[in-house]
Design a protein around this ligand. Structure first.
Ligand SMILES: Nc1ncnc2c1ncn2[C@@H]1O[C@H](COP(=O)(O)OP(=O)(O)OP(=O)(O)O)[C@@H](O)[C@H]1O
Ligand SMILES: [Mg+2]
Length: 239
């Protein structure tokens, strides 16, 4: 079966001579749940942006379901929560409106939401535990609740590949646990392929089957339980 994500000998710099990623090989099969961890500045965000076709490798190639990532035709099957997703023009909007926008993106429609779209948006809001706040303006919610709203927005597109870049920034321990449980359900019940970026792998190692450590290149790729002790030492993991 074709991999959901395939990076082949990818190197990348934002400017000539800069080496942010070097010779990265990574294949993520459909239905896998992979954590991407590593130090600040290690290249995690860059790696997932290349995987999604938002940046192009300087050398090597990036494929999504076998197609060149930057020309991938079924973009609506991708869910992406960018790092530090913030309130912008969405500030006056309610939770329901923001999450419904994820539904519009999925359908590529700019018309009124159909009943089914409304149901899916409501379900996504429910999944992240914000049903009671669905009609609250986002700016009246806590930072963690806002973050959960953006996660619901990504879920509303019913993605087959979900990429979350540091989704738990500003989210309390209890909500982190419920997010972990939610992702676990999406993965096992719906077969969603998940790439979960976190600079601190301790929070996710309990529920992922595969951990990829990025420090300019991939320095570890395997089951969290196989991680050599040396990488548990923060001085090796943090730049
Ligand atoms: N838009 C950009 N222009 C120039 N350099 C960049 C840009 N974005 C990132 N970099 C550099 O690329 C390197 C990798 O950054 P990246 O954001 O991919 O790391 P990261 O692992 O996601 O870090 P963090 O844990 O802080 O999110 C860093 O040295 C960073 O300074
Ligand atoms: Mg990052």
């Amino acid at each position: 079966m074709t991999n959901a994500v395939e990076l082949e000998a990818v190197s990348f710099g934002y400017r000539p001579g800069q080496s942010v990623l070097e010779d990265v090989d990574l294949g993520v099969g459909e239905g896998e749940f992979v954590a991407v961890a590593g130090p600040n500045g290690g290249g995690k965000t860059t790696l997932v942006r290349i995987a999604l076709g938002l940046e192009r490798p300087t050398t090597g190639r990036a494929l999504l379901y076998g197609e060149a990532a930057h020309r991938f035709s079924r973009r609506k099957t991708l869910g992406y929560l960018a790092q530090r997703s913030q309130l912008g023009s969405e500030a006056p909007a309610t939770v329901r409106e923001v999450v419904s926008a994820g539904r519009l993106a999925a359908g590529g429609l700019l018309g009124p939401l159909r009943r089914r779209d409304r149901e899916i948006a409501a379900e996504a809001i429910d999944r992240v535990g914000l049903a009671e706040h669905a009609d609250a303006p986002l700016r009246t919610l806590s930072g963690g609740m806002q973050q959960r709203t953006f996660i619901a927005k990504a879920l509303a597109g019913e993605p087959s590949l979900l990429v979350l870049d540091e989704p738990t920034t500003g989210v309390d321990a209890e909500s982190q646990e419920s997010l972990a449980a939610l992702l676990d359900r999406l993965h096992s019940d719906l077969g969603v392929t998940i790439l979960y970026v976190s600079h601190e792998f301790g929070a996710v190692e309990r529920f992922v089957e595969r951990l990829v450590l990025v420090r300019r290149t991939i320095v570890f790729d395997g089951a969290p339980s196989e991680l050599p002790g040396i990488w548990h030492d923060p001085s090796h993991v943090h730049a």
